[in-house]
Each structure stands twice: as C-alpha cells, then as structure tokens.
Design a binder for this molecule. Structure first.
Ligand code: NAP
Length: 255
C-alpha cells in the first residue's frame, strides 16, 4: 500500500474538482479532500448520489462543497466551456482536478466489440478528461501550485484479453498525462500524474469480477493516502509519473 501521512490542513483553502464523486472511489476521494480542508466540487451524473456526498461533508462540518451535475457521455465542448466559466466566476482558480469517473464497458474480444460501446467508454474515460483538462487549464494555471490526477488501471500498463475499450482508454490516459506533464514543465505550476487504484471494493470491481467475494478487496478509504499525496504540496515537484496505490501482484488479476 502507498504509505503517506497527510497533515490535517494539507488541503486547506484548496479548490478541488472530483469527477464521478457520487460513488465508489470518487466518493471516498471527495470526502477525504473535504476532511483535509478543501472545497470540493462534486461532478457526476446522478444528482441524488452527489447530494448524499454533499450532505455527508456538511454533517461532518467540513468546508462546504459544490455540486455540478454533468453526464460525461453526452457532454459537449460547450458544456465544458460553461463549467469553466462557472468555476472562474465562483472561485477564480482551481487547485486540483481528479479525473476519476470511469466506465467499464463490455468485457469481450476485440473481434466482437461493438462501436457503440467503444465510443461510450472512450467518451467517458478519455475524451472527457481531455476536454475537461483543456477547458480548466487556464484556471489551474492561476493557482500557486495545481495538481491534475488521472485515474489509470493495471490494464493501462499491460494489455489484457477481453478488456477492450477500457484497456485502450487507460493506455490513452497515461499518454495524455505524460504529454500534458511535458507541456506544462517549466511554463506553469501545474503538475500531472496518473494513479492506478488497484483492485478496490466498488460497483465497477463487482461488475468486472462477479464471482469474487467483495470483502476480500481493499475498500476505497484505504487507498486515500496516495490520493492525498498527489493533491497536496508534498508532491509539488512531482510530474509525469505513474503511481500505484496498492502493490501489484503477478498472480492476482487487478483492474
Ligand atoms: P464506480 O464505482 O463504477 O464509480 C464510477 C464513477 O464514475 C461513479 O461515480 C459514476 O457515476 C461515474 N460515472 C460513470 N459514468 C459517468 C458519466 N457518463 N458521467 C459522469 N459520471 C460518470 O467505479 P470505481 O471503481 O469507483 O472507479 C473509479 C475510477 O477508478 C475509474 O476511473 C476506474 O476505471 C478506476 N479503477 C477502479 C478500480 C477498482 O478496482 N475499483 C481499479 C482500477 C481503476 P454514477 O454512480 O452516477 O454511475
């Protein structure tokens, strides 16, 4: 497990946007960032789930969050522009962006993979992070030190049969992260890294491995040290790197 002990005020006064913040790992990350002092913008497609996270943040007495409903499958370039305008008017800058929302799609061979499924997975997993990053970059550059974190996967490093568009989208995620990190190097205080959560107890994991006992998997809360490290100033000078939240075992299939 990635070891890191964050100081309680690590993210004090930071503005951080989390995609897919209503459930799974995104929910845990949003709650954790709020706990460490950040104002979190909760972006996702299911308003009731976002509201539940918002209420939990409020009940804990953390910094008040904001909700931004958005379905990344259908969002247009204009929608991303509107989001950037809203954040500029409300906050004037952005300190952190966690690209977490993800779609598993079909698990089937490339020879049988249909275009509709392929496009949906690519839209959510790679086109959305690209457009979101492009539109929010001016706001990220306004922060003293900003962090963009891309969510990868074990299959973003090593191809695996039947993982189709999901696997390809995670390889693309690594490419986007490296390209952006190289471009921002020396011209801004924006750093970019990717993280692979490793097998984590969520709805996506259960869908990918239906025969598995979920209690054998790591809960999202346990992988938060890496999420904190990459968002806080202790990683200020780290950019262009791929991180793994959990040890990788050659024996065990991880997502
Ligand atoms: P999850 O439980 O399925 O959560 C995915 C999140 O993405 C949900 O909040 C979901 O919203 C949101 N989302 C999906 N499609 C969306 C869309 N069209 N527009 C807006 N939001 C959308 O999955 P997870 O396991 O937490 O995964 C989080 C990230 O970690 C993903 O990028 C995944 O690829 C990656 N990952 C997970 C594992 C693992 O073992 N869990 C391993 C490696 C990588 P709704 O709840 O409203 O559907």
């Amino acid at each position: 497990m990635f070891e890191y002990q964050a100081p309680p005020d690590l993210l004090k006064d930071r503005i951080i946007l989390v995609t897919g913040a209503g459930s799974g790992i995104g929910r845990a990350a949003a709650l954790t960032y709020a706990k460490f002092g950040a104002t979190v913008i909760l972006l996702g497609r299911t308003i009731s789930k976002l509201e539940a996270v918002y209420d939990e943040i409020e009940a804990n007495g953390y910094s008040q969050a904001a909700i931004y409903p958005m379905d990344l499958t259908g969002a247009t370039e204009e929608d991303y522009g509107k989001l950037a305008d809203t954040l500029r008017e409300t906050f004037g800058r952005l300190d952190g962006l966690l690209h977490n929302a993800g779609l598993l799609g079909a698990l089937k061979p490339i020879s049988q993979y249909d275009m509709d499924n392929w496009q949906k997975v690519m839209q959510v997993n790679i086109n959305a992070p690209f457009l979101l990053t492009r539109e929010l970059l001016p706001l990220l550059r306004k922060a003293d030190s900003a962090s963009v974190v891309f969510t990868s996967s074990s299959v973003g490093h090593q191809g695996r049969a039947y993982w189709g568009a999901y696997c390809v989208s995670k390889f693309a995620t690594e490419g986007l992260m490296q390209t952006l990190a190289d471009e921002e190097d020396g011209i801004s205080h924006v750093r970019c890294n990717s993280l692979n959560p490793g097998g984590t107890r969520t709805a996506m994991r259960a869908a990918a491995f239906p025969g598995e006992d979920p209690t054998t998997k790591t809960p999202p809360e346990a992988i938060m040290p890496l999420y904190l490290y990459l968002m806080g100033d202790d990683s200020k000078d780290v950019s262009g790197h791929a991180f793994h939240a959990q040890p990788r075992s050659g024996q065990q299939l991880s997502q």
